[in-house]
Design a protein around this ligand. Structure first.
Ligand code: PHE
Length: 348
């Protein structure tokens, strides 16, 4: 057999044996057999040393090629083992690495429920802009520029080109959406009867403490129809509170109050007879403002008050969530402290 045949055989054997080696010991044994100090390559090298100068020249490149390919086969075998180790059997019953699921913000949870209750009563959910005009936030709601009722809702004013200074503001209440809606009637794009509900952010220039924030959420509901009475208003509020506070024994109490855009106006307190003594709901809690929509407010929007009437109410969503979850600090909602937010579950 010629040296070149020997080389070819050696290479073939080495590649086959490396490919067949399944453990690191087996790979090592093949390495020693071929690439070791007394291995087959060394042997062949000795034979090669005795070859004639002519043969050496002819076979040199072939020899190097053979050596390289055996070394490469060795490397591949090692890499193959490394891969096989990763592929080791996986225990599917082991607990997986903890994967944190986000949770729906407690306010969003309550907001969804509120919207659901109202849509079930035939209301349409709407919203308006956060940056509002004086006209909608105050003027069309019977709160002219010098009216003392403005003091109760100090706001953030915006100034910029194109707008009269002091005309743009961050809305202080969702009642601004009432004035926008009545205006649609005057413009001919909406015809009564209608029921609307707004769940949206409002802003007030407030000193922040445990019960006040400068940014909070209001729920505003209003109905324009024929022969609407305070009884409808009370029934609606009771339905809302029963659903959101998840209690059958919610009691509501109306106290006369003043809001320029309703007449008569009330403040509503709530309590629950089954509430634990000492808990928030065991005593009357002031919860919302409401009343029969003032005829002038309807009229300014283009709704004929001799044909149509209605009720409106507005309440703070945070306050509702605080009562429901017995939360004592409103700052939790905007505070982004995940430790407190995570307690409200996934609620997705
Ligand atoms: N907009 C009033 C407030 O923010 C609440 C309210 C709404 C009162 C609707 C009456 C009717 O205080």
């Amino acid at each position: 057999m010629s040296l070149s045949d020997d080389l070819a055989h050696l290479q073939q054997d080495a590649l086959a044996q490396f490919a067949a080696a399944r453990t690191s010991e087996a790979v090592e044994a093949v390495r020693i057999a071929f690439l070791g100090r007394n291995g087959r390559i060394k042997e062949l090298q000795k034979a090669f040393g005795q070859a004639s100068a002519e043969e050496k020249r002819a076979l040199g490149a072939l020899f190097n090629q053979c050596l390289e390919s055996v070394k490469q086969a060795h490397q591949n075998a090692q890499l193959g083992l490394a891969g096989a180790e990763v592929d080791e059997p996986i225990d599917l019953t082991l607990p997986s690495g903890a994967r944190h699921l986000g949770s729906v913000h407690p306010l969003s949870q309550v907001a969804r429920e509120v919207e659901e209750v109202f849509t079930s009563m035939g209301y349409t959910v709407i919203d308006g802009p956060h940056i509002e005009q004086d006209e909608y936030n105050f003027g069309r709601l019977n709160i002219p520029a010098d009216h003392p009722a403005r003091d109760a809702q100090d706001t953030f004013w915006l100034t910029s080109q194109g707008w009269r200074d002091g005309d743009r503001l961050l809305r202080t209440h969702t009642s601004a959406v009432q004035s926008r809606t009545y205006r649609l009637v005057g413009e001919g794009t909406l015809t009564p009867p209608f029921r609307r509900v707004v769940v949206g952010k409002v802003f007030r220039y407030e000193a922040v403490d445990a019960t006040h924030d400068n940014t909070f959420t209001q729920v505003e509901g209003f109905v324009v129809d024929k022969e609407i009475t305070v009884a409808h208003l009370v029934g609606t509020i009771r339905t809302l509170l029963t659903a959101v506070l998840k209690r059958d024994d919610v009691e509501v109490r109306l106290r006369p109050s003043f809001f320029p855009f309703v007449e008569p106006g009330f403040e509503v307190d709530v309590r629950s007879t089954s509430a634990e003594p000492g808990s928030r709901l065991s005593r009357w809690v002031e919860l919302l403002g409401c009343g029969m929509i003032h005829p002038r407010v309807l009229e300014q929007g283009g709704v004929d008050p001799s044909r149509w009437q209605g009720f409106a109410f507005g309440l703070g969503l945070e306050r509702l969530a605080m009562i429901r979850h017995d939360i004592t600090d409103i700052r939790l909602f905007n505070g982004a402290d995940l430790r407190s937010l995570h307690q409200f579950g996934t609620g997705a």
